[in-house]
Design a protein around this ligand. Structure first.
Ligand SMILES: [Zn+2]
Ligand SMILES: [Zn+2]
Length: 421
C-alpha cells in the first residue's frame, strides 16, 4: 500500500524523520548512502528539495524489518485536513518512507503492508480502548473499503489512500495496544462481500439515528448494502426527508445505537480517536450572529451578503441530511441574491468556520438581527451518515453484540468472507 502522509496540497516546507532502529537503508537520487544520521531534516526551498542542507530530487528510506520496534517517526503531519478537528501530529510508521517534491511542497509517502496499515487504521479511527467487536468490525470495514478501491481519490499521485478523513484515518503505530493488534490478527483477510464483489464499505462517525442512502451523498448508483436504515434494533426503514417529519423526529427520543441510551456521551472521549474533540455528536447545536454567518459565508464562497434573510432547505435525504439549501439575502449592491448549495458536503463546508458536523439540522431564526443566536442550527450526527455508523457500532459493541452482528446490521445483503489467508 502507498499512503500519502504529507500531500502536495499541504504546502509543507519541512519535515523531520527519526529512525528508530538499525534496519534502514537510505537512497538519495537512487544512490545508496552508506553513512547517514538517525535524524534527518528535509526541506523545500525554491522548489528544490534539501536533505540536511544538500539539494536532492528523491529520498527513499527502506525498512528491512517488519517489527514494531523498528519504525520511523515523522514530524509532523496534518490530521483532519480542513475539518473542525485539524491539527498537526507526530506519527510513528512501519514500512518505508519515500519523499518527493511537487511544486513548493514536500510529498511524503509511506509504503506499508496492507495488514500493518489496517492495524493502525483501527486505532486511528477509533480509540484503542474500544471493545474488541468494534475494533474488529472497524478493521474489516477498513480492509473492504481499501480493497474495493472504488473512490480512488489520489490515483493521480499513485496512492492507495491519504492518511486522513478524506480516505480513512491512519496515524501510525502510536495508539496500538495488545488488544487492538489482536483485533487485526483475528480478522486477517476478512472482507464484506456482495455478490462476490468486495463492498465499497463506507462509514461515518455518527448517523444521528438514521443512516443515509449512498446515492444521496455521492454521484454513484445506489448500492444495495448502502441503503438507509434506522440505527436501532428494529430493522425498520424510515424516511424523514420531509421537513415536518424531520422536525418531529428531532423532538422525539429514540433508542439509536449511536444515541445516549447505548453510548454515554460523557464517556465518548475514551472511545474516540485521539484527534477527536469530545462533544455531543448525536445531537448538537451551533448558533451564529448575523455578522458571524455573513463572514463565514464570505470566507467560504467569496459572496459578501449585507443581510441574510433565510437558510432554506429545499431537499433532504432519507436521514434528514440537507442535500440542497438556498441562502437567501441581499448583496453589497443591494440586490437580492440566492446562493444555491447542492451537496451535503458543501453545506457542511460553507456553514461553519471549519466544518459543520452534519447537514441534518433544523434552522431557527431569531427575529432580533443583533441576537447572539440569530441563526441556530440544531443537528443530528457527524459525517455523511452512509454505511456503518462508528459511534452506533460502538454502542452495539458495548451492548455485547459481536463483530458479525455489527457488520450485518449496517451492511444488509452481504456476507463476511475470508478473501486471503
Ligand atoms: Zn484521501
Ligand atoms: Zn448511528
Amino acid at each position: 500500500m502507498s499512503i500519502g502522509l504529507v500531500m502536495p496540497e499541504d504546502n509543507q516546507k519541512d519535515i523531520s524523520l527519526f529512525l528508530n532502529g538499525d534496519s534502514f537503508d537510505l537512497k538519495v537520487n537512487d544512490l545508496n548512502q552508506t553513512h547517514f544520521n538517525k535524524k534527518l531534516l528535509i526541506q523545500s526551498k525554491n522548489q528544490r528539495m534539501h536533505l540536511e542542507g544538500k539539494e536532492c530530487e528523491s529520498i527513499i528510506l527502506t525498512n528491512r524489518q517488519r517489527i514494531i520496534k523498528d519504525h520511523i517517526i515523522v514530524d509532523s503531519v496534518i490530521a483532519g485536513r480542513g475539518f473542525h478537528w485539524q491539527k498537526r501530529i507526530k506519527i510513528k510508521v512501519l514500512g518505508d518512507i519515500i519523499i518527493k517534491i511537487i511544486g513548493h511542497s514536500l510529498f511524503v509517502i509511506n509504503r506499508i503492508h496492507l495488514e500493518d496499515y489496517l492495524m493502525c487504521v483501527a486505532t486511528s479511527e477509533m480509540g484503542s480502548d474500544c471493545p474488541t467487536s468494534l475494533l474488529e468490525a472497524q478493521t474489516i470495514v477498513a480492509r473492504s473499503w481499501i480493497l474495493a478501491a472504488a473512490e480512488k481519490k489520489h490515483e493521480r499521485l499513485g496512492l492507495d489512500a491519504c492518511n486522513d478523513d478524506c480516505c480513512q484515518r491512519y496515524q501510525g503505530i502510536s495508539n496500538l495496544t495488545k488488544s487492538s493488534i489482536k483485533a487485526t490478527v483475528n480478522t486477517r483477510g476478512k472482507a464484506i462481500m456482495h455478490s462476490d464483489t468486495i463492498c465499497d464499505a463506507r462509514y461515518s462517525k455518527s448517523c444521528g439515528g438514521i443512516t443515509e442512502s449512498s446515492a444521496n451523498v455521492w454521484a454513484m448508483d445506489q448500492k444495495p448494502y448502502l441503503e438507509s436504515l434506522v440505527d436501532d434494533k428494529s430493522q425498520m426503514k424510515k424516511n424523514i426527508s420531509n421537513e415536518e417529519s424531520f422536525k418531529t423526529w428531532m423532538k422525539l427520543q429514540h433508542s439509536s445505537y449511536c444515541g445516549p441510551q447505548f453510548v454515554d456521551e460523557n464517556k465518548l472521549g475514551e472511545y474516540l480517536g485521539n484527534v477527536d474533540k469530545n462533544s455531543n455528536y448525536y445531537r448538537w447545536k451551533v448558533s451564529y450572529t448575523m455578522d458571524e454567518i455573513i463572514q463565514i459565508i464570505f470566507v467560504k464562497t467569496g459572496k459578501l451578503f449585507t443581510d441574510i434573510k433565510q437558510l432554506l432547505p429545499l431537499k433532504r435525504g432519507v436521514s434528514g441530511r440537507i442535500l440542497h439549501l438556498n441562502i437567501i439575502g441581499t448583496l453589497e449592491d443591494k440586490n437580492d441574491y440566492k446562493l444555491s448549495i447542492e451537496s451535503e458536503y458543501e453545506i457542511r463546508r460553507i456553514l461553519h468556520p471549519k466544518f459543520l458536523y452534519s447537514s441534518a439540522f433544523t434552522i431557527e431564526t431569531n427575529s432580533h438581527t443583533n441576537s447572539s443566536e440569530h441563526f441556530t442550527l440544531k443537528g443530528a450526527g457527524w459525517g455523511h451518515g452512509v454505511g456503518l455508523c462508528q459511534i452506533g457500532a460502538l454502542g452495539m459493541s458495548l451492548a455485547g453484540k459481536n463483530t458479525n452482528e455489527i457488520l450485518y446490521h449496517y451492511y444488509k445483503q452481504t456476507q463476511i468472507k475470508d478473501i486471503y489467508e
